[in-house]
Design a protein around this ligand. Structure first.
Ligand code: TEU
Ligand code: CA
Length: 540
């Protein structure tokens, strides 16, 4: 097998700790809560947990603004709790993947508090400072969270760069002292026995703000290769970079099989296919399905043998896929299973986001029930520029990050068993019908379907290492592909929409086949698929 690695053969589960399980009644998920749910995750069959940040943070961006990289925020617990989580997970053959936010820190990090004191302060150069131009910011770089990317500090008479919130000042990676502090911190986490790292917006660290370069800066791979040499390569880790600007060409560097950078990256080309051309995620457009097939297939074929894919529909920043591209009404169960089949049959490491295995859905709350800084800033910005309330709310309902951040739905008791207190964000009211307890006791549930897909990946090497080939490229409803490894051929057929579809099976695939998994209890008649029907076959 092409240099097989544990992280190629496993499935990762992403936990957003704040919304997973509260155990002390403060309405916020915590590490003890995660530990209490490890048997549930072991039952699902996942091999690693990616934890969104739990380090000390003022929570301006829910923990992606870190004020101490080597301590746990008291709201989540303590260093003892994270060590217990690492060890309890290991007992269940589950590794812990920490979320490293290295592009920026919190403005409450001691480094930044020092830096602001003056240009002669040893920490001044840990951040990106510039003079203004006649009382205005150095240039028109904008923050991802709205407004200018430059914030004025009167006591210094200069601006600092923040590509995200005002309270997330960008770190200066051109400063070798910053890089060394980061490497020491990562080695400290590796000594604690973590199984890997997710690298937040890592493609921004080599920015050149004077030339308005943010992603894919000229020194990016130099820095990543140094980071990898000084830390990751000393262990057998899963490392995954978040790289919104990746292309297959660049991804071959990021996930070079020689281990010089990361194991893999999260690229988002498929995620941007329901936006208006050249606009952002808030300017909605229907999904271009033919492009989805072409983009996912491109990443399957162009990385083959030279790099490694991550496979995901969801994360803590994205709306829930069953509402976004499935059908969260009449065909919620079938479409959730179809989307899972489509993704888990592909080449790469699959990621399951908490609640995806239950078919959890988006929410349509009144504005005051949302919490996310990104969508609240968007609302303010768009109201001020004259957008209608209803239009902005439609964008928020479709793409707001809080869709993914409503509490995990454990059972039908109050607050879905997430907390005995008041949840930090409202629980989706459909928790009485959609919850883990109900899924666990129903053998035909989405949970048991995911569990079976994970088992099939362990059983059949063709799913992990097989060659990918798209079928029916021009079909506007059917997503079909094959995977081949030696004599073994896997066939995946998914009806992506709610109409019955018929198709001509290619001659070479018409032979005898064994049905491995499907989301309808009975066998469809050959050559047709019912609404959202998915079937995975092994060809004899
Ligand atoms: O996200 C990077 C990022 O660009 C997304 O926030 C994107 O702007 C949008 O949210 C996609 O819907 C990472 C983290 O995943 C995110 O949670 C943080 O807010 C952000 O970086 C800053 O650390
Ligand atoms: Ca708590």
């Amino acid at each position: 097998m092409e240099n097989n690695k544990w992280w190629k053969e496993t499935v990762v589960y992403q936990i957003y700790p704040r919304s997973f399980q509260d155990t002390n009644g403060d309405g916020i998920g915590d590490l003890k809560g995660i530990i209490s749910r490890l048997d549930y995750l072991a039952e699902l069959g996942i091999g690693a947990i990616w934890l969104s940040p739990v380090c000390k943070s003022p929570q301006d961006d829910n923990g992606y603004d870190i004020s101490d990289y080597q301590d746990i925020d008291p709201m989540f617990g303590s260093l003892e709790d994270i060590e217990l989580l690492i060890n309890e997970s290991k007992k269940r053959n589950i590794r812990i993947v920490m979320d490293l936010v290295l592009n920026h820190s919190s403005d409450e990090h001691p480094w930044f508090l020092e830096a602001k004191k003056g240009k002669d302060n040893p920490y001044y150069d840990y951040y990106v400072w510039r003079d203004g131009v006649e009382g205005t910011p150095p240039n028109d770089l904008r923050s991802c969270f709205g407004g200018s990317a430059w914030e004025w500090v009167p006591e210094l008479g200069q601006y600092y760069l923040h590509l995200f919130s005002v309270r997330q000042p960008d770190l200066n990676w051109d400063n070798p002292k910053v890089r060394q502090e980061i490497y020491d911190m990562i080695n400290w986490w590796m000594d604690k026995g973590v199984g890997g790292f997710r690298l937040d917006v890592i493609d921004l660290i080599a920015k050149e703000p004077d030339r308005k370069i943010t992603a894919n800066g000229p020194k990016l791979h130099t820095y990543i290769q140094e980071l990898s040499r000084e830390t990751f390569q000393k262990g057998d880790l899963l490392t995954v970079g978040e790289t919104w600007g990746a292309t297959p060409e660049i991804a071959k560097l990021y996930s070079n099989p020689d281990g010089s950078e990361f194991s893999m990256v999260f690229q988002f080309e498929h995620i941007m296919l329901d936006e208006q051309e050249g606009k952002g995620k808030w300017d909605l457009a229907p999904l271009d399905f033919l492009k989805l097939k072409q983009v996912l297939s491109k990443w399957q074929t162009e990385l083959k043998g030279e790099a490694w894919n991550s496979l995901f529909w969801n994360n803590h920043d994205l709306p829930r896929i069953v509402s976004r591209w499935g059908n969260d009404g009449e065909y919620r169960v079938e479409s959730a299973k179809m989307l899972a089949t489509l993704l888990h049959g592909m080449q790469g490491t699959p990621y399951i986001y908490q609640g995806e295995e239950l078919g959890m859905t988006n929410v349509r709350y009144p504005l005051e029930d949302f919490r996310d800084i990104e969508l609240l800033n968007l609302y303010k910005e768009r109201i001020e520029s004259g957008y209608a309330h209803e239009e902005i709310m439609e964008s928020i309902y479709a793409k707001g990050r809080d869709n993914a951040r409503t509490p995990m739905q454990w059972d039908a008791s109050e607050h879905a068993g997430f907390t005995a207190g008041q949840p930090w964000i409202r629980v989706n009211p459909n928790y009485t019908e959609i919850n883990a307890a109900g899924e666990l006791e129903n053998p035909d549930s989405i949970f048991h379907y995911y569990k079976k897909l994970i088992r099939l990946r362990k059983e059949y090497n063709v799913i992990v290492y097989g060659e990918y080939k798209l079928l029916f490229p021009e079909d506007r409803e059917l997503f079909g592909y094959i995977r081949t490894l030696g004599e073994t051929t896997l066939l995946v057929l998914c009806n992506f929409y709610g109409n019955n579809v018929s198709f001509e099976m290619p001659e070479e695939l018409a032979g005898e086949k064994e049905l491995l998994i499907s989301n309808y209890s009975d066998e469809a008649s050959g050559g047709s698929l019912r609404p959202y029907e998915a079937r995975m076959y092994l060809l004899k």
